[in-house]
Ligand binder design. Structure first.
Ligand SMILES: [Zn+2]
Length: 380
């Protein structure tokens, strides 16, 4: 990964580069940034720059043997640790999944945890970094470097270290063997034990600005400028999310169809239909359900906006626009917050592994009530 391939973070990149040029490479660092901030991408660019044999002033060369190996995530002195899903005796250490990990990360260094689990074929379980894995890390770091330079361990999502595994690592993080760099890449510092936090140097990624995200989308997908800006605005600093929305913004917007059908069924109080709809949405998997809820929140906000000014519906065209114009009157200043709360809570329940059928059934009934009240109000 080159620095120029990482979206935004201009100043942070410059200061990381300067620290390497000055030889100030801290032995334990925490690249902390929210989901979609690009913290993994930035950590990989940082590592590649360290190893590059022909560094420029602003980036690694991208073509030397070290760069190539880092780009393939196959440099013998670069090791990875990440949450895995245990199934029976198998699947306890990252090494068993390294091929999948390489593939997933090369394909998308902005990948989030849910999509990684989906990659592993099991998004309904929570991954862990186990004690066995901690022992692996310690053992690998005690070995000599293959190529005579630094040894580097990148631990992705250390939030998933269980406490025994985290405690095992403390001493190594505090005093790693010579010429060793440990890089933790995390989204949420509150889920990391304080004793680990206090032993790492913080590299904090600011939230990506809408402009940075829009530029990233235009560069990657040639997204039309206005659409890119709108997607950026709704993605709240999460490039992973923005990109999914961009990929989904075409004519066959599955999320829109799901939303439209759902609202119609709730509106008609079609209980059988709602139950079938819940069956369908339960099958698409957690990552997509989360995307869907995010999309639904966006539509609700657009509806609220359009009640003040129809031109607010700029990101919505064609069929969607007709539906939204009909639907918007049911979103008003009295119930808007209720909708937002319902959908936001549903999002966090999905994060916490809630049963999708129960969650969407419950949500449907609450929507039914909200829509009924809104409809009564309109009749007055
Ligand atoms: Zn190079």
């Amino acid at each position: 990964m080159l620095f120029k391939e990482v979206i935004g973070h201009k100043e942070l990149k410059a200061s990381l580069i300067q620290s390497i040029i000055d030889g100030r490479i801290s032995h334990a660092q925490l690249f902390l940034g929210s989901e979609g901030s690009g913290n993994l991408a930035l950590a990989l660019a940082y590592i590649q720059y360290i190893y590059c044999e022909n560094k420029g002033k602003q980036d690694a060369c991208g073509v030397c043997p070290s760069c190539r190996k880092i780009q393939q995530l196959s440099h013998p002195d670069l090791h990875f640790s990440f949450p895995v899903i245990k199934s029976g005796k198998e699947g306890e250490t990252a090494d068993e999944f390294i091929a999948e990990f390489r593939k997933a990360i090369i394909e998308d260094p902005y990948i989030n945890l849910l999509n990684w689990y989906e990659y592993l074929g099991n998004q309904n379980k929570q991954g862990i970094i186990s004690v066995k894995e901690s022992n692996h890390i310690i053992k690998k770091l005690s070995l000599k470097s293959f190529e005579g330079g630094f040894k580097c361990y990148l631990i992705w999502m250390p939030e998933n270290l269980n406490s025994a595994a985290a405690n095992k690592l403390l001493k190594t993080i505090e005093e790693p063997p010579d010429k060793t760099i440990i890089i933790l890449v995390a989204n949420d510092s509150e889920q990391i034990i304080p004793t680990i936090l206090s032993r790492t140097q913080l590299v904090k990624l600011a939230r990506l600005s809408n402009v940075e995200i829009a530029e990233g989308l235009i560069e990657a997908f040639e997204t039309e400028k206005q659409l890119a800006e709108n997607l950026a605005a709704m993605s709240e600093g999460n490039y992973f999310q923005a990109r999914n929305l961009a990929l989904n913004a075409g004519e066959n917007n599955e999320n829109f169809v799901f939303f439209r059908d759902w609202m119609r069924l709730c509106f008609k109080k079609n209980i059988k239909g709602v139950s079938n709809w819940v069956d369908d949405i339960s099958k698409i998997g957690r990552a997509q359900q989360k995307d869907f809820l995010k999309f639904a929140l966006h539509l609700l906000r657009q509806c609220a906006l359009s009640n003040y000014n129809v031109e607010g519906l700029i990101t919505i065209k064609g069929d969607e626009r007709v539906f939204m114009q009909n639907f918007a009157p049911y979103i008003n200043h009295l119930n808007f917050e209720d909708y937002i709360t319902l959908f936001s809570e549903a999002q966090s329940h999905i994060d916490r592994n809630a049963n999708a059928k129960i969650l969407f059934t419950d949500l449907s009934y609450q929507l039914l009530v909200l829509l009924k009240a809104a409809s009564d109000q309109l009749k007055k």
